[in-house]
Structures are given as structure tokens and as C-alpha cells.
Ligand binder design. Structure first.
Ligand code: ATP
Length: 232
């Protein structure tokens, strides 16, 4: 996708009360974006003191089936969902890459822009933490960012093997204040609202003609209807 809907977000590592501002990224397929993405991250931002969260719709998700909506449609839905939410902005560097959206590559690209000292955080849901050992070069993630983890119904905070649990405990912090004091390396498990919503369920409900009013913003439902998305 090469059309220019939105310029890449300008990055400014500013300071606030002499503490470096944490740059926070939230990647996803967003097929479509829903309240399960937006609400936990809004609460997380309050808990951690994030001023801005950069949404990163991915082009070719490496860990899952390919999206049903096109890259352009997913990007347009993200824009619609955040139009009245100043916390969020969008960056399209993963969409503009024609290769798989490996998070490590994205983090390195942000790191180059921000410099080595800027605190950088990557937000994921608890389900993603459970499978993080399957991500490309996952061991390098914490060399580049902190991980901020939102709760998700049905997913435990304990990891599935002793090795992964040990990795978690080595890096886990209980107080988010520490996040701005180091550029990377911590994991913070946030207590965010549990929303039993997934894009998979939404696509299924759309196909069956069932209401999704409580699952995503009305502007996204209108867009899905106008584009005839997820009907088969
Ligand atoms: P799908 O059902 O198609 O797999 P999804 O709803 O899980 O999609 P993604 O775009 O794959 O959404 O997820 C992007 C990120 O948002 C992931 O880190 C995922 O863990 C997180 N996330 C998605 N839904 C929720 C939810 N209900 N609560 C907390 N985190 C969520």
C-alpha cells in the first residue's frame, strides 16, 4: 500500500517534569479495531501516564491468518475509531512495508529515530504475552522496549513454561513509575478492564448479521456496512 493517507507520526522525545516521556506503541491487525483494543489501552495510559499511544496497523501479520479487510480499509477504520480520541495517533510504517510486520524491526526503526535513551514501550494483550516466545527474535524485544501488558479475559498472567515464567519474573516490575527511568527492559502487567471482545468474534457476528453495538464504535459499524465487509 503506497497511497499517502497519513504522514508518519513525527516523534519528539520531550521531557515533562524532567522525566522522559514514554513513547508507546500498540501494534495489531485491527481487522477491525474494537473496544477491546481501545478501552484497556486508555486505562493503561492513565495508570502509566502515557501522553500518546501510536497505533501500528500491520501489513502482513506473521503469527496469524491474513486479514479479511484490505490494509487501506483497516487503516481507515483505525482513523475513524480515534478521530475523537487525542490519546491515539497512527503510524503506517508497518503497512508500508511489503514484508512481514516483525515487531523487532519496527522497534529498531523507532529506536533509530528516538535515540538510545528514550523510554519506548510496546503494548500487548495478555494473549500475546502467552505466545511471545514464538515471535521473531523475541529475546531481543526487551533490548529495545518495555512491554506493557493489558489483561484479557481467558488468559492467565502466568506463562506456560518455567523458562518463560522465569524470563517474565526477571523483568517484571510492580510500579509503572520505573518505566520512564530506563529506555527498555521492563515488563509491566497492568490491571485493565476485562473486555471479552475479539475481532474474530466481530467478523463472525457480522457474517451472521448479529449486532456488534457493544463491541466497536458506531463509526466502525457504519464503515463495515458501507464497505460490505465480513459478509462471507
Ligand atoms: P483476532 O480475533 O482477529 O485475532 P484481536 O481481536 O485479537 O484479533 P489483534 O488486532 O490481533 O486483535 O490484537 C492486537 C493487540 O490487541 C494484541 O496485542 C492483542 O493481545 C490485543 N487485544 C485484542 N483484543 C483485546 C482485548 N479484548 N483485551 C485486551 N487486549 C486485546
Amino acid at each position: 500500500m503506497t497511497d499517502n493517507l497519513d504522514p508518519i507520526t513525527p516523534l519528539k522525545p520531550t521531557t515533562d517534569n524532567n522525566l522522559p516521556v514514554i513513547q508507546a506503541l500498540f501494534g495489531g491487525t485491527f481487522d477491525p479495531i474494537h473496544y477491546g483494543h481501545l478501552r484497556p489501552v486508555e486505562v493503561l495510559a492513565q495508570q502509566v501516564g502515557l501522553k500518546q499511544v501510536i497505533l501500528l496497523p500491520n501489513h502482513v501479520p506473521p503469527h496469524r491468518p491474513q486479514p479479511e479487510a484490505t490494509a487501506r480499509q483497516r487503516l481507515e477504520m483505525v482513523h475513524l475509531a480515534i478521530q475523537d480520541k487525542p490519546l491515539f495517533t497512527v503510524d503506517r510504517r508497518e503497512l508500508d512495508r511489503q514484508t512481514p510486520s516483525y515487531t523487532i524491526d519496527t522497534l529498531k526503526s523507532f529506536r533509530q529515530e528516538l535515540g538510545e535513551q528514550c523510554p519506548l514501550a510496546f503494548i500487548i494483550g495478555q494473549d500475546s504475552l502467552q505466545t511471545i516466545h514464538t515471535w521473531y527474535k523475541w529475546e531481543k524485544l526487551l533490548d529495545n522496549c518495555h512491554l506493557l501488558v493489558c489483561s484479557r479475559p481467558g488468559y492467565e498472567s502466568k506463562l506456560s513454561t518455567p523458562e518463560m515464567q522465569q524470563w517474565l519474573e526477571q523483568h517484571q516490575i510492580d510500579t509503572p513509575n520505573l518505566l520512564s527511568q530506563k529506555p527498555h527492559g521492563y515488563i509491566y502487567l497492568a490491571a485493565t478492564p476485562l473486555l471479552n471482545i475479539s475481532a474474530t468474534e466481530i467478523r463472525l457476528r457480522q457474517q451472521q448479521g448479529l449486532s456488534c453495538n457493544d463491541l466497536l464504535p458506531p463509526s466502525i459499524q457504519d464503515y463495515i456496512d458501507s464497505q460490505g465487509l465480513y459478509r462471507q
